[in-house]
Design a protein around this ligand. Sequence first.
Ligand code: IYR
Length: 233
Amino acid sequence: MSDERFGYIMGEHKEGFVPLVFHEISESDMESQSTEFLELMASRRTTRQFSTRSVSRSLIENAIMTGGTAPSGAHLQPWTFVAISNPNLKAKIREAAEVEEKKFYEERIPDEWEEVLAPLGTDYVKEHITDAPWLVVLFRHTQRKRDNGEWSPTYYSQESCGIAAGMFISAIHNMGLVTLTHTPSPMGFLGEILGRSEHEKAMLLMPVGYPADGAEAPDIQRKTLDDITEFFE
Ligand code: IYR
């Protein structure tokens, strides 16, 4: 019996496994597709200036589902993406973020941190939180509930959520929108405002939308292949 929708032939695999769906592509297509993808990703930039233009919920859902395809430790999928377009909630989040960030920029920031942050032109004012039509907050699950009701650890949740965030960001760029990996710190206020439980820790606050007219990005360069690699062949 086969069920092509799911890409496997029923009855011909180990219990709990399905044959891997793999479509080989030619080497020349691999070259061109990988170059095209690199060019697409190389054109991604982070901006802090968002337009208030609306974005449909279905696009946000697609980006979240893309993030949710990430591999994760023991396949626990230790993430919740909270998507907010409600203006009152966005205002509340901005207000709380600015309280924390003002303390960071005016009191807590160490010299060595300020030195690398200054070229990025950031400060405690966070218009992007209220301007962007959507905020997506990625919560990392530090624990999971077992079938017997006990709480137990998740595994490699930082790595898992980092990968999921990367895939979410790639999806947003691929659909022609922009996002920002914003890290108001400390982020405890997000769990409180959004009513998340204790075992979920806010990791990233990502405004999503169109760039504002005349939006800017810092004039920075990416490291070269040589800078970031070492091959042993
Ligand atoms: N959380 C602050 C500060 C900040 C920190 C780093 I590291 C950045 O790359 C950018 C900003 C903020 O979001 O403004």
